[in-house]
Ligand binder design. Structure first.
Ligand SMILES: Nc1ncnc2c1ncn2[C@@H]1O[C@H](COP(=O)(O)OP(=O)(O)OP(=O)(O)O)[C@@H](O)[C@H]1O
Ligand SMILES: [Mg+2]
Length: 338
């Protein structure tokens, strides 16, 4: 950790993509995220990455680790949601031989294994209240005991946590400790969902076509404009992961060299995802008010989905009165599961 940093990583000018090229995107909202990564990667500060499932939270955690002076140390991911409470405690802190029935030998925990590196606490909102207390203590003191042990273990690790829940809401509902929340969110990074950065879709599609051409030994050259139109208008609830899976499937099953509409999965072909025009006004013209109404409808549905169909919050997001929002929803026949 005390070694001097390599030139390229020490430079403030180094853009994120030069040392971590696989986070694809150029939308302003993602560039803002790159900017935060750039500024905090070489600090030891705790970072909380929040974003919907499949937005790239783990990629960002890796970028922070491999872009830091800790890059030669271990990157140790722990999925707090996938490991049951009792096991998670021993995963994180380790245990001494005989600490409990099945503890046949001493086992090092992930905090100890991450000495000189980074612990990535994924799905941190799922941690039990008891473990939240223990985590808070570790974050404050950087030392702990293995389960059943008395020796104090000191380990030099950085913590990066991630969640796809609104942690503020979990705190408000009393499910997540407020003091731990503040401790984790020294630097919060909000990863934008894909429907908020549709400008990145063509870049991602090209990147994934290339990737799957290579791994599946295919020679797909691209995607038709019309098919791309559907990708622009689909809401991508599974974000980049879902797009990656869709491209993988299309590369495998495509009938021609170029991906076209009949290669798209049927859920993307629903009429509401169809594009009337591809950003250009057709030669025969179109009805402006219809296009505007269609756009307005889409934005309202998007705002409702983004706010879990809570009308007050959606109205706030769109900067309109609740009554205006209700009127428009009624006019467009917008209902949940519509
Ligand atoms: N900007 C991006 N560029 C390239 N690939 C991306 C990007 N964002 C995500 N991916 C890819 O999408 C998939 C999902 O990313 P990742 O696992 O980081 O998401 P996540 O936010 O951690 O999801 P979850 O909440 O479900 O754990 C991975 O295969 C990842 O490589
Ligand atoms: Mg993840």
């Amino acid at each position: 950790m005390d070694e001097p940093l390599p030139e390229e990583n020490n430079s403030k000018e180094t853009p994120i993509s030069s040392f971590y090229p696989c986070i694809i995107g150029q939308s302003q909202i993602l560039l803002d995220v790159f900017d935060i990564i750039e500024r905090v990667r070489n600090t030891n500060t705790t970072v909380l990455i929040q974003g919907e499932s499949g937005t790239g939270k783990e990629l960002i955690a890796q970028a922070l680790h491999y872009g830091s002076e800790r890059k030669n140390g271990p990157f140790v991911p722990v999925n707090c949601g996938a490991i049951p409470g009792e096991l998670l405690e021993s995963e994180l802190f380790g245990h001494e031989k005989g600490a409990f029935t099945h503890a046949i030998r001493t086992r090092l925990g992930r905090f100890e294994l991450a000495d000189g590196g980074t612990v990535f606490l994924d799905e941190v909102a799922e941690m039990s209240p008891m473990l939240q207390v223990k985590l808070l203590r570790v974050l404050q003191e950087k030392q702990f005991e293995r389960i059943g042990g008395t020796k104090t273990i000191v380990s030099d690790f950085r913590v990066i946590a991630a969640t796809n829940k609104e942690l503020e809401e979990e705190v408000a509902k009393g499910r997540f400790r407020e003091d731990l929340y503040y401790r984790l969110t020294v630097i919060p990074i909000k990863v934008p969902c894909l429907r908020d950065r549709v400008a990145d879709i063509p870049l991602l599609v090209d990147y994934f076509i290339e990737k799957f051409n290579r791994s599946k030994k295919k020679a797909i050259t691209g995607i038709s404009r019309e098919a791309m139109g559907y990708l622009f208008h689909y809401p991508w609830p599974g974000n980049v992961r879902e797009l990656e899976n869709v491209v993988e499937r299309m590369v495998l099953l495509s009938h021609g060299e170029c991906i076209d509409c009949d290669d798209l999965p049927s859920r993307l072909l629903k009429p509401e995802h169809r594009v009337e025009h591809s950003g250009e006004i057709p030669r025969q013209g179109f009805c402006l008010s219809e296009q505007v109404a269609e756009f307005e409808k889409r934005l309202i549905v998007q705002a409702m989905e983004q706010t879990g169909w809570v009308k007050n919050r959606a109205a706030k997001l769109l900067n309109v009165n609740r009554t205006t929002l209700l009127e428009k929803m009624k006019r467009y026949g917008i209902e949940k599961d519509n």
